[in-house]
Design a protein around this ligand. Structure first.
Ligand SMILES: [Zn+2]
Length: 377
């Protein structure tokens, strides 16, 4: 049986629903924290779950190099290996081969490359990517694709997208169907709406369990990203989940949910947490800023996370300035909590038909900026 996706309510183009996978349910719209090398950096899996995450993303490229897909398979799969007994989505490895590996060579067959870790030679093909993601035991496997560089001419984007569509068909052929496990296809075509349409048609003809929009958040800017979603998302089958890869900042997510996207992943909340940057309902706050040095207030008085409940800004500032590991842990915990609470608020607003009003208020509070401390604080 395929994974089941049930839409509970719609509000404009936005939907809220439940995606049922082999390792549990995912409430959508959903944000997937990135667990690059079988760990969400600076967090225990137990803490990640406490933030409200239903599903994690794992990176095929990193895991195939270290500790190796066969080894993780032998140890019982990624859930067992990292103690996350809930759904996991793995990417296909294609994106990181392009961004991290050395000496890449792309052919019709696949990509050969040199590991950024030890220089060893590897090959990724659609068939090998499916095999690796099967060994990892991913609840959702992503089709192997080439992430088209940006900017690209229409000619380059077309050739790249058509190669990805041929690889998508090979991915489907190599994917082993199992109850509760899904395979998602990835729409490419850069910023060209005709190419996006051609890609949607090719993927829906192959027939996937879900559809991702790839090749965005690569430098095109929010306006162009939203325009591409406007042209692409309405063409995707309404009954299947839609995943916007690698996005994004909180206001990117709100705008994409309004355009009908159900799933997201991004390193921004975790990476920012390690760089002293916190997301709050009043926009981003840099804890390294000297104005926090004697501020006893919590980072966000309304937040339920341990960083906000148990510590003041002055302490978080000190941890960030001294590069203490605890600073990265607490701010990552806060940021992931903020993202999960935002997703819960979006789901609630869609279910109650109040998404537009929610988005307006969200943007008003973000634009206000961080509330400065009282002079005698
Ligand atoms: Zn917090």
């Amino acid at each position: 049986m395929s994974p089941r996706f049930q839409v509970h309510a719609t509000d404009g183009l936005a939907r809220t629903g439940t995606l049922t996978l082999a390792h549990g349910e995912v409430q959508t719209p959903a944000f997937m924290p990135v667990g690059t090398a079988a760990t969400v950096k600076a967090m225990t899996p137990e803490a990640v779950r406490e933030t409200g995450a239903d599903i994690l993303l794992g990176n095929t490229y990193h895991l195939m190099l270290r500790p190796g897909a066969e080894r993780i398979g032998k140890l019982g799969g990624l859930h067992q290996f990292m103690n996350w007994q809930r759904p996991i989505l793995t990417d296909s490895g294609g994106f990181q081969v392009m961004s991290l590996a050395g000496l890449r060579k792309i052919s019709e067959q696949g990509v050969t490359f040199q590991s950024h870790v030890d220089g060893s030679r590897h090959e990724l093909t659609p068939e090998r990517s499916m095999e690796i993601q099967h060994l990892l035991d991913a609840d959702i496997t992503m089709a192997f694709d080439e992430c088209t560089p940006f900017p690209a001419t229409e000619e380059v984007a077309a050739a790249s997208m058509r190669l990805s569509m041929r690889w998508a068909a090979r991915s489907k052929n190599a994917f082993k169907e199992r109850a509760g496990y899904g395979l998602f296809g990835i729409v490419q075509g850069s910023i060209y709406s005709a190419l996006r349409s051609e890609s949607v048609a090719a993927l829906t003809a192959i027939d996937f369990h879900g559809y991702a929009v790839g090749g965005l958040a690569v430098g095109e800017g929010q306006e162009m990203m939203f325009a591409t979603l406007d042209a692409t998302v309405p063409q995707l089958p309404a009954a299947a989940p839609r995943y916007l890869m690698g996005v994004g900042k909180p206001d990117d997510i709100v705008g994409a949910v309004q355009r009908g996207i159900d799933m997201f992943d991004c390193v921004i909340p975790t990476r920012s947490g390690r760089n002293a940057q916190a997301f709050t309902r009043h926009g981003t706050v840099n804890l390294r800023n000297a104005r926090h040095a004697e501020d006893r207030r919590p980072l966000d008085a309304a937040c339920r996370c341990p960083a906000c409940r148990n510590y003041g800004r002055a302490y978080l500032h000190h941890l960030s300035k001294t590069g203490e590991i605890l600073g990265a842990m607490l701010l990552t915990w806060h940021n992931l909590t903020y993202y999960q609470d935002l997703m819960a608020e979006l789901r609630h607003a869609i279910a109650h038909g109040t998404l537009n009003g929610f988005a307006i208020e969200f943007r008003r509070l973000q634009a206000m900026g961080d509330v400065p401390a009282a002079p005698d604080a």
